[in-house]
Design a protein. Structure first.
Length: 483
């Protein structure tokens, strides 16, 4: 801290929000006049502490980097919210469009320990069964325990031998495809059917937009939450016809969820017909809180929260279990690092619960079979077979992630330009910009990590104070007129 560069270094740490695994770059960006070669602008890491530019890791997962996941969540929140109430280039007209919040789950692959509550929030017995029935492995199929929310037994099977691990892994591996088929069916079959129009007539008067996010259940299966919105023929700026309602969406979603199936390749476990579970939840969404539906901000908050999560609730490892040298192939038995196994770890020795380990091991085993080669089960074994995108949206739903990034970069540039003396200087049209940057490491040393953690803590404290102030304002009103 007594080094002359400390202050500048600390500013860098603040600028990346105390990122848990920053990346360092060395190099420069030079802008020259194409004719005279005169240097018009120079941005170089040479003047920075230890000659390095520090950039945030940008990881979306809160388990990997809390501050970067926060930025990701904020982006997701605004993107989803804009799709419901407008803003960010989305017409404010969308507010009146029929919209629902939907949850599609996986079917059962065997009974698991679960927690339910009565109307007063008291935990109910897990699986009370009269007469104490047993499965073919002599394991009781009844559980009278009232599991707390942090009970590690939650989501694990009553009998591991009865649980269909292959089915669960294959379901995860097909979940993205199933979602795709569901949206297709809703657009082209069920909604036109309900409205009494042909596919073509329906498409000419209504656009259906989606935004979805994947969430893991403790039992190791993904499920999806999403927003479905009906627009007029030209998207968010046009009103859909009066007959296109949230009630119509509701019944269309339920029937598509029941109809669509994906069939897995025929293999050791046979062709499996994979569909959604019976639990389908659909709720209308409104601009603000109401008795008959959810508020847009609440829905956006849910999606933002889920978007920063991986499979951690299942208790699995958060990195691929494949060998890093051969990427899981074993290089035909010749990989020196894994001795041809393709594995980067010993699955039996992973410090994870038995259920999570069996899911990983099953994905690994099936991933080695030719019939499932297209599913890439081995690279996704640590996610129990699911390798799809955690959050996606259809093109017309809202502003895209790319546009959002471009907006942030433009804003940062503008701010940087304001700070700089060159702000007023216009670059001539024949200016040429050269960028030469190279990777110069990542992460923190022990002491640096402590300082970064301190900055994260301080930021969290500031956020808490700001939230408290906002709550107070909401209760007592504002007096200064400041928002
Ligand atoms: Zn980060
Ligand atoms: Zn139980
Ligand atoms: Zn059993
Ligand atoms: Zn290898």
């Amino acid at each position: 801290m007594t080094q002359p560069e400390y202050k500048a270094w600390e500013r860098q740490v603040r600028a990346v929000g105390g990122c848990e695994n920053p990346v360092y770059l060395r190099g420069r960006t030079v802008t020259r006049d194409a004719v005279s070669g005169e240097v018009l602008a120079l941005f170089s890491s040479a003047s920075m502490p230890w000659g390095r530019l520090m950039v945030p890791c940008g990881n979306r997962r809160s388990a990997r980097c809390e501050p970067c996941s926060r930025v990701y969540a904020a982006d997701a929140f605004h993107r989803i919210r804009a799709g419901m109430v407008g803003g960010k280039g989305v017409s404010a007209q969308v507010v009146g469009h029929p919209m629902v919040w939907l949850t599609l789950t996986a079917p059962s692959f065997g009974p698991v320990h679960t927690t339910r509550a009565d109307g007063f929030g008291n935990a109910l017995p897990c699986r009370p069964r009269r007469g104490g029935p047993q499965c073919e492995h002599d394991v009781s199929m009844s559980c009278a325990a009232r599991h707390g929310f942090d009970d590690p037994v939650l989501g694990t099977p009553l009998c591991a031998d009865c649980f269909d691990y292959a089915g669960a892994v294959l379901w995860n591996a097909h979940a993205g495809r199933l979602w795709h088929r569901f949206t297709d069916d809703l657009r082209r079959v069920t909604l036109p059917g309900i409205s009494g129009l042909t596919k073509k007539e329906f498409a000419a008067s209504v656009r259906v937009s989606f935004a979805k996010v994947a969430e893991y259940q403790r039992r190791g299966l993904v499920h999806f939450h999403g927003v479905v919105r009906l627009d007029g023929p030209d998207g968010p700026g046009t009103m859909p016809p009066g007959w296109a309602t949230a009630a119509m969406l509701d019944s269309g979603i339920r029937s598509s969820a029941q109809r669509v199936k994906v069939v897995s390749a025929d293999g050791v476990v046979g062709e499996q017909e994979l569909g959604w579970g019976a639990q389908v939840d659909v709720q209308p969404v409104f601009a603000s809180e109401s008795n008959d539906g959810l508020a847009a901000a609440r829905v956006a908050g849910y999606i933002a929260k889920y978007a920063t999560k991986g499979a951690e609730i299942v208790g699995v490892v958060d990195r691929p279990v494949t060998c890093r040298k051969c990427e899981g192939t074993g290089a035909g038995g010749a990989c020196p690092r894994c001795e041809g196994s393709g594995l980067g770890v010993v699955i039996a020795e992973l410090p994870v619960p038995a259920h999570a380990r069996t899911l990983i091991a099953t994905a690994w085993r099936l991933g080695g079979l030719a019939e499932y080669a297209g599913l890439r089960l081995r690279p996704w074994a640590h996610q129990c077979g699911f390798g799809g995108n955690f959050s996606t949206a259809s093109r017309l739903y809202s502003i895209t992630r790319g546009a959002q990034k471009a907006e942030r970069v433009a804003w940062q540039k503008e701010r940087a330009a304001k700070d700089s003396e060159d702000a007023a200087m216009m670059l001539p049209p024949n200016a040429i910009t050269d960028r030469e940057w190279e990777f110069a490491g990542s992460g923190w040393s022990g002491v640096e990590a402590d300082v970064a953690a301190g900055i994260r803590e301080q930021n969290a404290f500031n956020r808490e104070m700001a939230a408290e102030a906002r709550t107070e304002q909401a209760w007592y009103g504002t007096d200064g007129g400041e928002a």
